[in-house]
Write a protein that binds this ligand. Structure first.
Ligand code: FAD
Length: 594
């Protein structure tokens, strides 16, 4: 049977030792977050994930969600009780704004808890995950009245949130949205249209569901410039702020899908439902982007989280399964064969997985800390850098972590041999669940276009040039440290490749947009491998400083860092070669030749 153990030790290393959160005690919320308190939160989060959510992962996948004839939806057995525990333990409000009832702790600590919840039960974790994004959008774009009415109840989880963008004819290209909003005399709007694939659109967990819906106000401009955002509650709050009249919206059906069976993916029909404008008319995308950016980081996390649980179970299996003898001679002569962990190709799969999950965790937490700095730093220059980095890193975190996260689950399935392909070991579920993360919240292809088309060039390339300088500075500062040479040489080489890829894009992408688009996915991967090299170099430095021989954790960290530099990072070079080939061969065939 599969198991999950939250990687608390690794999280502590990144939060306390690599990112040194204690140095940020001047920021709101960080002063309360002493290392001891963070450790308590991590331990509590681990217990909840391991003891409450994980036992429902397999059964939730088997049972799935059901739509009742009255259009209500039943989530798998155990989900409502687990949700109640989540609300009671206040896990949802950890890093939320204290003005609306949140605990105001660092967002980066919340990210660690999110990873545990996502690893232990991705389908379940999406219900609170979307609520988090929805109230962030209301905080960014809503009126004070909307914040008071909705956000306080969403922060504690009693009410949940959803995002409604997709329609049958409209996925990536939101300019095609047909759902319409008709202004009413009392300032509200009547919303009519159909949204599809709405995660958590209906469920039996929260007492109200607050839908954020993109729609076009009648008579507004065509295309993306005519889209507005509306808050459309399932139950319209009464004068006391409690769920009141039932709104004219319902779940028209549930999708049968490949994975995340415990999460209700709904067709949502709005039939003249009452909604209220969030922010300005026709400027809905601006606010929705707050939610989408938030959600994109959360989706990147799902890639890491599924890779982590797949890796843990692959490692257990590799120690247990006996097949063949080690090439260097029997490792367990008393047994009929050696455990497969002795075989180099099995080690390759394990080390690739470990190097990814530990590097991705550092990348995720490092990026999340910039999210905190963006919202909380009193220093304009720090906030500017944090904003630049958040914009630049978000598409990389989303696309790279989910692409490689999925590949990692596949390698971990491979490691199990035939039994991995059966349902017995759990790993096939992690692979199915992980697959969606490459598609929703903007497909990874669209993330790549966002990176090369918008994020790189923003403010004259200020973000990427700052990142280049930061890596150069790190290499320079450690030039005299011979123990760091392996890591800084590799980082320096990767950074030069990322610079070469960036220069190539600037020289060849502007004159021929197809060149930029054709290069975009390779560029995301080149960027991702390089950013992870920086994370591994920083972790190696910290491990060298901490390692006094008493705790094998640090020596193991250094061994994995070396593996990453020697056996994973070279992939960056092939992505550079591929992107430099340009668009010509990619676009050469006529469309009817396929
Ligand atoms: C399980 C699940 C849950 C979901 N949850 C939600 C939710 O809660 N709320 C919500 O609003 N939506 C949700 N979605 C929808 C999801 O966000 C969309 O599926 C996604 O944005 C892609 O849109 P699409 O499926 O229409 O694909 P399309 O837009 O039709 O794209 C098809 C392919 O073409 C590519 N493509 C499209 N345009 C371009 C371009 N310009 N350049 C290069 N390539 C391009 C895409 O990358 C993709 O590979 C969910 C989907 C699923 C499956």
């Amino acid at each position: 049977m599969p198991r999950y153990k939250a990687p608390v030790r690794d999280m502590q290393f990144i939060l306390h030792d690599v990112l040194s959160l204690q140095n940020y005690s001047y920021l709101p919320g960080f002063s309360d977050a002493s290392p001891d308190l963070i450790d308590q939160i991590l331990e509590g989060g681990a217990k909840f994930a391991e003891d409450v959510l994980f036992p429902l992962n397999y059964s939730g996948d088997k049972e799935g969600c059901k739509r009742n004839p009255d259009a209500t939806v039943k989530t798998p057995d155990g989900f409502p009780a687990a949700y109640e525990q989540l609300v009671d333990a206040e896990w949802l409000s950890l890093s939320a704004d204290p003005k609306y009832g949140g605990q105001g702790l660092p967002g980066v600590v919340n990210i660690a808890i999110n990873e545990m919840q996502s690893s232990s039960n991705m389908a379940f974790s999406m219900y609170p995950g979307l609520t988090h994004g929805a109230y962030q959008a209301l905080l960014a774009g809503g009126s004070e009245e909307q914040k008071q009415t909705y956000v306080t109840k969403m922060i504690n989880g009693k009410w949940s949130g959803t995002m409604n963008l997709t329609e049958p004819q409209c996925g990536t290209d939101l300019g095609l949205i047909k759902t319409k909003a008709v202004p009413q005399a009392d300032g509200s709007y009547k919303i009519t249209g159909q949204k599809i694939w709405i995660s958590g659109g209906e469920q039996d967990l929260s007492e109200n569901i607050i839908h954020l819906v993109l729609a076009r106000i009648e008579g507004g401009p065509e295309g993306i410039k005519g889209i507005s955002l509306f808050v459309v509650p399932k139950f319209i709050p009464d004068a006391d702020g409690n769920p009141g009249e039932r709104n004219a919206l319902e779940c028209g059906g549930l999708e049968e899908k490949m994975g995340i069976h415990g999460n209700a993916t709904c067709v949502m029909n709005y039939d003249g439902a009452t909604g209220w404008l969030v922010g300005e008319e026709h400027k809905g995308m601006r606010t929705m982007f707050v939610m989408m950016n938030e959600a994109r980081l959360g989706v990147g996390m799902q890639g890491l989280a599924q890779a982590e649980i797949a890796y843990q179970n692959a490692a257990d299996f590799a120690r247990d399964r006996l097949q063949s003898r080690a090439l260097s001679g029997p490792a367990a002569p008393e047994k009929p064969a050696d455990p497969i962990i002795v075989h180099p190709d099995v080690r390759r799969m394990l080390m690739d997985s470990r190097a990814f999950t530990e590097g991705a965790r550092a990348f995720m937490f490092w990026t999340a800390l910039y999210g905190d700095l963006l919202h909380k730093s009193p220093d304009d220059a720090v906030r500017q850098k944090a904003g630049d980095y958040m914009a630049l890193m978000t598409p990389v975190v989303k696309a790279f972590l989910t692409d490689i996260g999925f590949k990692t689950t596949s390698e971990c399935l491979q490691l199990h041999g035939g039994i991995g392909y059966t349902q017995e070991m759990g790993v096939e579920q992690y692979m199915r669940d992980a697959r969606i993360a490459m598609i929703y919240e903007g497909t990874n292809g669209i993330q790549a276009l966002d990176l090369v088309g918008r994020k790189l060039a923003a403010n004259g390339g200020r973000a990427i040039f700052t990142f280049f300088k930061e890596m150069d500075d790190f290499v320079g500062e450690n030039a005299d440290n011979s123990d760091m040479k392996l890591f800084t040489d590799a980082l320096s080489d990767a950074k030069k490749k990322l610079e070469a890829g960036t220069t190539w894009l600037m020289q060849n992408g502007l004159s021929n947009f197809n060149n930029a688009a054709a290069a975009s996915t390779d560029y995301v991967h080149l960027f991702g491998y390089t950013a992870m090299a920086y994370m591994w170099a920083m972790m190696a430095k910290t491990a060298l400083e901490k390692d006094d021989g008493s705790d094998p954790y640090y020596a193991n960290k250094l061994k994995t860092a070396r593996y990453y530099m020697e056996r994973v990072l070279p992939k960056a070079g092939s992505h550079l070669d591929m992107l430099k080939a340009g668009a010509e061969s990619m676009m050469a065939l006529e469309a009817d030749a396929f």
